[in-house]
Write a protein of this length. Structure first.
Length: 307
């Protein structure tokens, strides 16, 4: 895959920072007006009203061995299924047993950065073996414009006391719960430059694409694969050339053996001249050499009439 990261010019950054600054200033003014005109209780009620459609839903979160379940307006529990009909379960808290926070309210509006979130503490959970007190859980409702409702995090902050973060895009409808200074999102586009077949062929070549030579690091993946395929073709051509060379050498050796065999054969020449046997041995050897040169046969044997 070849991915392209968008470039943001300094001018765009400055424009965005300027726009963001103006927006933040206006938003701060709006928030100050809201804080003056509305109490925290009203803001909390408005936020809870936005979450009311969740009342018929339960969200789950897999946190290792345990699975956590949040049912809006009902309960929070953790459980583990050992078998279809055997479940280990602990209640972490119940909506009916919300605890009073601060000024006696059961729902607080807390601020983090430029956004706010709702917080509740549910008690009445399963009795804790270590503290001999019922388990409890603090639930935080955060605005998240980029996805559906979900449990983002669960953590045991103290013995048998838990913290759970529930993200929901519904809260983002109220500007007090939305982070207005969120950065602009730029898309990173990717496209496939190497087919699956070419990739499999390149991987099977012997050297994985990810282990290419240093000289190949700056090349696109398609060029690396093409270079590897060219190298394989060169190797096959070299092997064919080596095979032909071996065949030629083998034929040359066979021809040489035949030639040696032919040269080492004895040729017997019978001379019937009655005067020749009376030549001395030196004379006969001289005659043999002359005839051997004439016949081009070094191993020529001369047989005289009386031999």
């Amino acid at each position: 895959m070849l991915c392209q990261v968008p470039r943001v010019s300094e001018e765009e950054d400055e424009d965005e920072e300027g726009d963001e600054g103006d927006f933040e200033e206006k938003n701060e003014e709006y928030e100050e007006e809201e804080e003056e005109s509305e109490s925290a209780d009203i803001v909390a009620e408005r936020g809870l009203a936005l979450l009311e459609p969740l009342r018929e839903r339960c969200l789950t979160y897999a946190g290792g061995w345990w699975t956590f379940e949040y049912c809006h307006g009902q309960h929070v529990r953790q459980f583990h299924e050992l078998a279809p009909e055997k479940v280990i379960e602990f209640r972490l808290g119940a909506h009916a047993q919300r605890q009073e926070l601060g000024s006696g309210a059961t729902t607080l509006v807390r601020r983090v950065g430029r956004s706010r979130y709702l917080a509740q503490v549910w008690g009445g959970g399963t009795l804790c073996d270590m503290t001999r007190e019922p388990r409890s859980v603090e639930i935080q409702f955060h605005c998240d414009p980029h996805g559906p409702e979900r449990i983002a995090m669960v953590e045991e902050v103290e013995v048998c006391h838990y913290a759970m973060v529930v993200n929901s895009p519904r809260l983002c409808a109220d500007p007090l719960f939305y982070d207005t200074a969120a950065s602009t999102i730029y898309d990173i586009t990717c496209r496939q430059v190497l087919s699956d077949a070419d990739y499999a062929e390149a991987m099977a070549a012997g050297d994985a694409i990810g282990e290419a030579d240093d000289d190949d690091d700056d090349l696109p993946l398609a060029e690396v694969a093409a270079a590897k395929r060219g190298g394989e073709e060169n190797k096959r051509s070299e092997k064919k050339g080596e095979k032909k060379g071996e065949e030629k050498r083998s034929e040359a050796k066979k021809s040489e053996k035949k030639s040696k065999k032919k040269g080492s054969a004895q040729v017997v020449v019978s001379l019937n001249d009655p005067e020749l046997p009376h030549l001395s041995k030196d004379g006969q050897e001289m005659l043999r050499k002359l005839m051997a040169a004439a016949y081009d046969t070094p191993q020529l044997r001369v047989r005289f009439a009386d031999q």
